[in-house]
Design a protein around this ligand. Structure first.
Ligand code: ATP
Ligand code: MG
Length: 139
């Protein structure tokens, strides 16, 4: 059921600010079911692999060091139209452009420290979920 699933991370800024519970509440109230979830800390090596698609972008090194700077929560979420609906719930990459009521509008501080990740396609949701979770770790 890959098309009904997406993958998210609560990034180090939001985790460190103690916003994990509030963000998970918004996610659940928006109708997403948690299929797998863990708190973890990425090494620079793992963060680099996760964001490998952005390797050539000017912000890649900053992104990797930010994502490995502190604990995160990783989760697989399930809902009809999960990928698109979750991108709507989190809002634009730059919180200055994120719509009112979105997670990034409420919790993100900057384009780097933007509180949450959301997969951008069904294919990437599958890849990213598999990056963090074995089958045995999913409900
Ligand atoms: P994410 O993949 O984290 O959900 P996104 O899909 O909205 O975010 P991407 O284009 O995939 O945005 O970029 C990945 C991350 O890289 C962004 O969340 C942001 O933290 C960082 N980033 C993207 N564009 C820039 C930029 N122009 N300057 C600085 N950081 C950026
Ligand atoms: Mg992205």
């Amino acid at each position: 059921m890959a098309t009904n699933r997406t993958f998210t991370m609560i990034k180090p800024d939001a985790f460190g600010a103690g916003n994990t519970g509030a963000i998970l509440k918004m996610i659940q109230e928006a109708g997403f079911k948690i299929v797998a979830m863990k708190a973890t800390k990425l090494s620079a090596d793992l963060a680099g692999k996760f964001y490998e698609v952005h390797k050539e972008r000017p912000f890649y090194n900053d992104l990797v060091s930010f994502m490995s700077s502190g604990p995160i929560v990783a989760a697989i979420l399930e809902k009809d139209n999960a990928v698109e609906d979750f991108r709507k719930l989190i809002g634009a990459t730059n919180p200055a452009e994120a719509a009112e009521g979105t997670i990034r509008n409420m919790f993100a501080k900057s384009i780097d420290a933007n509180a949450v990740h959301g997969s951008d396609s069904d294919e990437n949701a599958e890849i990213e979920g598999n990056f963090f979770f074995s089958q045995a770790e999913r409900v």
